[in-house]
Design a protein around this ligand. Structure first.
Ligand SMILES: [Fe+2]
Ligand SMILES: [Fe+2]
Length: 171
């Protein structure tokens, strides 16, 4: 069982969803965040990532999208939004906030990171590419995440459009 840092996930999720500008059932909406969250926690346990940072990444990284396809600045806006919420919706120290900022800001640049927490965030997002019909490539993933490719792909395809209450077990 993962030992999660406590913060009010339900209130944070409600707040993020309220301000979300695009479809709640779309490929960048809450179903995606939920799968990214689950991957982030699974991979994060194996990599030793900061589980609070990777969980917040899941909730926030696509929260500022303005469309479903070309939106190259959504990472930058997402990082700014995370900074705005820090201190009220959750409490990260300066180092954690810097890590979350970088992970969100650059999550769609296609890179890799030596920082396990940042790489775990990107792993988790990439493991859900199956919802777009893309099988994640191991070369962009940590070894721990690469081991999850097949099961993650099946999960993404099967639950791409479905609102699965089990994804939000904390609600
Ligand atoms: Fe994104
Ligand atoms: Fe994403």
């Amino acid at each position: 069982m993962v030992n999660l840092v406590s913060f009010d996930r339900k209130t944070l999720l409600a707040k993020v969803v309220r301000q979300f500008r695009i479809s709640r059932n779309g490929i960048h909406g809450p179903n995606h965040w939920a799968r990214v969250r689950r991957h982030a926690l699974t991979v994060g346990q194996a990599t030793g990532a900061d589980l609070l940072v990777v969980e917040l990444f899941a909730f926030l990284h696509d929260s500022q999208r303005r469309n479903e396809d070309q939106d190259p600045l959504h990472g930058l806006r997402g990082a700014e939004y995370a900074a705005l919420l820090n201190g009220s919706s959750f409490a990260l120290d300066a180092t954690q906030m810097k890590t979350l900022d970088y992970a969100i800001r650059h999550h769609s640049d296609g890179g890799r990171s030596e920082d396990v927490t940042i790489q775990t965030c990107w792993d988790a997002d990439r493991l859900d590419l199956g919802r777009c019909g893309i099988k994640p490539a191991a070369k962009y993933l940590s070894a721990a995440a690469a081991g999850e490719i097949e099961s993650a792909y099946r999960w993404s395809v099967e639950s791409a459009d479905a609102v699965d209450p089990a994804l939000w077990e904390f609600l």
